[in-house]
Design a protein around this ligand. Structure first.
Ligand code: HPA
Length: 267
């Protein structure tokens, strides 16, 4: 039996699969309503990150419930989608990019499953699954978009957009795009040893690079790019290998947990 692959749909991304609707209970609360079905004969799950009616803002998304829920379904691979603003002026709205690294600028989000013993420090030297990134890159090229640029993504807290000075700072830090949903989602997936990569569409130039920013503009760009994005996602699912021996994701916990000390209490 093949393991299901999950798509986490961001702003403007609707389910590309039909199937059973299910809300899962988790120790962190319920997931949004998931669609559980099949793409190209492979079991697949669609999770709308912000809820079906786009009711959870980025800083209130229950990232832990979402990732935990997918894990309980046996999901071993996640492809996430995000809308991002371009910090790099060589990028243009409508362009598809693949994050290779992530700068977490969030402030208030529960960011780990390991709040207690065993103390766990996962390695995120490659925060996105390198195998999934390769597959997403080739699927983007096959969808007629040419090879997508690899970018460093900054994740800000939101829900407001950034100031021009913040964007200048993020550029100085080496970030090419900015979104509000990359973290802690990628890190939580690694903590549960799930392969995870993102595919992002540039919805706007970041603050200071265009006159004003609007949520409507982001939504409209999402609608415009949805056809090609869906084609890329369907292609990537078809090509995604079942085996996970070429990436660090499936064994992320092997070296991450401190050995439990036996504490002898003097009577
Ligand atoms: N900033 C942060 N998040 C975003 C943006 C942006 O400019 N565009 C789409 N999501």
């Amino acid at each position: 039996m093949k393991r299901p692959i999950a798509i986490i749909g961001g702003s403007g991304v609707k389910s590309i699969l039909k199937g059973e609707q299910k809300i899962l209970g988790t120790p962190y609360g319920p997931t949004p309503s998931l669609t559980i079905g099949e793409i190209d004969g492979r079991p697949a799950v669609f999770l709308p990150r912000h809820g079906e009616a786009h009711s959870s803002p980025p800083h209130r998304v229950n990232y832990r419930a979402n990732i935990w829920g997918l894990k309980t379904l046996g999901v071993e691979r996640i492809i996430a989608t995000n809308a991002v603003g371009a910090i790099d002026q060589k990028l243009t709205p409508g362009e598809i990019v693949i994050p290779s690294d992530l700068v977490d600028m969030t402030k208030s989000r529960p960011g780990t499953f390991y709040d207690w013993s065993p103390v766990t420090h996962v390695d995120v030297s490659q925060p996105y699954c390198p195998r999934e990134r390769e597959v997403l890159t080739s699927s983007t090229s096959s969808a007629g978009r040419g090879p997508p640029k690899e970018v460093v993504m900054a994740c800000t807290e939101g829900p407001r957009y950034e100031t021009p000075a913040e964007i200048k700072m993020l550029r100085t830090l080496g970030c090419q795009v900015v979104g509000m949903t990359g973290a802690p989602e990628a890190f939580l997936a690694r903590e549960l040893e799930i392969c995870y990569a993102s595919i992002s569409f540039v919805s706007n130039m970041a603050a200071g690079l265009q006159r004003t920013l609007s949520a409507r503009e982001v939504e409209d760009k999402g609608r415009e790019t949805s056809q090609v994005l869906n084609k890329i996602l369907a292609g990537a699912i078809g090509r995604m290998p079942e085996s996970r021996k070429d990436c660090p994701c499936g064994t992320a916990l092997a070296q991450a947990q401190l050995k439990k000390e036996v504490v002898e209490v003097a009577q």
